[in-house]
Design a protein around this ligand. Structure first.
Ligand code: T46
Length: 136
């Protein structure tokens, strides 16, 4: 399983008269074992999140409610993706700077992550991130 930079994948949507259901299975729909789940919610209008890259962490981001934009930057290409469907996921690989903005009221960003939280996995300074990319 491989993803293109900024690729949004369609997940299965099971629909019946009771509503919809979507599922994600580790190593089937994401190329990693899921070690952590977290979610962003109650994001105030106009607030931005992200502004960092990860050395090792891989993620799948899902707008399980509402919508928001994710701008990805791997030092060579930059792309903004609008997420607004609970049955779609954005894969974000290692060494990818991300910025998140335009959160709609009531939006929820669910993140499936390949590792546990580790602050030393973050680049929170863009120049440091670019310098690290150039040594790879
Ligand atoms: C990402 C976007 C989508 C923890 O203690 N444990 C955790 O699992 C996480 C994710 C965060 N934290 C702490 C670290 C900070 O003190 O929560 C605080 C806020 O984290 P941060 O400023 O990194 O939040 P975001 O929304 O900018 O970024 C988060 C994730 O960190 C990041 O991996 O891709 O959500």
């Amino acid at each position: 399983m491989s993803f293109q930079f900024g690729e949004v994948v369609d997940l299965t949507k099971i629909t019946d008269h009771r509503g919809n259901l979507t599922f994600v299975e580790a190593l089937t729909h994401v190329p990693f074992k899921i070690k952590r789940v977290y979610y962003l919610y109650d994001v105030p209008g106009g607030a931005d999140r992200g502004g960092h890259a990860h050395k090792e962490l891989q993620q799948l981001m899902i707008a399980v409610s509402g919508s928001f934009d994710v701008t990805l930057d791997d030092g060579k290409q930059k792309q903004t993706v609008h997420l607004n469907r609970p049955y779609q996921g954005l894969f974000v690989g290692q060494m990818t700077w991300r910025e998140m903005s335009n959160f709609s009221s009531g939006s929820v960003c669910l993140v499936l992550a390949s590792t546990e939280y580790d602050e030393s996995d973050y680049y929170r300074d863009y120049d440091e991130f670019l310098a690290a990319l150039s040594t790879r």
